[in-house]
Ligand binder design. Structure first.
Ligand SMILES: [Zn+2]
Ligand SMILES: [Zn+2]
Length: 126
């Protein structure tokens, strides 16, 4: 079997996007399952215990906040209840490094007009 390379395939991008989405969904379902196998069903903050009945309220938190960082040993995962998970992320957002867009907004607000002096320069000739 030899794979032929076909240059243009209009449906290709759609397939890639769909596949990437599927992979991501599978991966996300995968790490939750793995984390639940690895750790006891207890919130890491408030120590609330979970059973199959309320397991959907127990979430997997990524310690470094990078959802793509899923080491199989679980070192980046932490099981948190919905409330503690919210708190954890709210705290993270309060930290300066969490607001990457703030600096850009400030720059825009303080933007000086590069042509501000141009009128005066042109006026000089009068
Ligand atoms: Zn909790
Ligand atoms: Zn989280």
């Amino acid at each position: 079997m030899v794979k032929q390379k076909k240059p243009a395939d209009p449906g290709k991008l759609d397939r890639i996007v769909a596949e990437a989405r599927r992979n991501r969904e599978q991966r996300e379902a995968g790490y939750r399952e793995q984390a639940l196998k690895l750790y006891p069903w207890i919130c890491g903050r408030c120590s609330r215990e979970f059973t199959r009945a309320n397991l959907q309220e127990l979430t997997v938190h990524h310690r470094d906040h990078n959802h793509d960082n899923n080491p199989p040993d679980g070192s980046n995962w932490e099981l948190l209840c919905l409330y503690c998970h919210d708190n954890e992320h709210a705290r993270y957002l309060d930290e300066p490094q969490g607001s990457a867009g703030a600096g850009r907004r400030q720059e825009q607000g303080a933007s000086h007009n590069p042509f501000a002096g141009l009128k005066d320069l042109l006026k000089d000739g009068d």
